[in-house]
Structure formats: structure tokens, C-alpha cells
Design a protein around this ligand. Sequence first.
Ligand code: SF4
Ligand code: SF4
Length: 93
Amino acid sequence: MSEEKSWREIPMGGLTWLNSIEYKTGEWRSFRPVVDHNKCTRCMQCVIFCPDIAIKYKPDVNMIEINLDHCKGCGVCAEECPVHAITMVKEKD
Ligand code: SF4
Ligand code: SF4
């Protein structure tokens, strides 16, 4: 079995060999979404639009939660949020 590699070591045009749960696309991120839970109306727009299914609603705490292992920082959630409750902030280098 081959040794695990990060996406940075994959040659251009190369394929990943992990499924989407094992492959942590969060490593790609240069910006991260930060949720203002006081502004959030729990409308679920971001949950629907996130291309990585990285946002889940947690009914026990009545809040959305972003899985940063899989969030790649595309900003779609921030763009789609009708009340601007999500801000994209630069990741630390
Ligand atoms: S930034 Fe993109 S990948 Fe991350 S939670 Fe928002 S929509 Fe999903
Ligand atoms: S789209 Fe905005 S208001 Fe709706 S659940 Fe997501 S963060 Fe909350």
C-alpha cells in the first residue's frame, strides 16, 4: 500500500485515491468561513449550497456547524447567506 500524500504532492492531472470522506479538502483552504450565530436565522441556505456538504445543522444546540476538515473555503456559503451571517477570514499562513 502506498504512503499517504498531501494534495500538494499529486502531479497535475493526477487523481486522488481517497473517497470524499477520507480526503480532507480543508487543506486547500486559504480563507475560512466564520459564522455569527447571533445573526444566523437557521434558514439552511448555506447547508444546501455548500458544495462539500461541510455544513450541518445541529438540532441539539440549534446551530449550524462547519466541518473545517472538509470546508475548502470557496465562500459560496457567505455569498448565499441572506443575512450576511458568514464572513470569510484569511487563514493564517
Ligand atoms: S466556504 Fe465553501 S466549502 Fe466551506 S462551508 Fe462555505 S460553502 Fe462549504
Ligand atoms: S445561510 Fe446564513 S442565516 Fe441561513 S443558516 Fe446559513 S449562516 Fe444561518
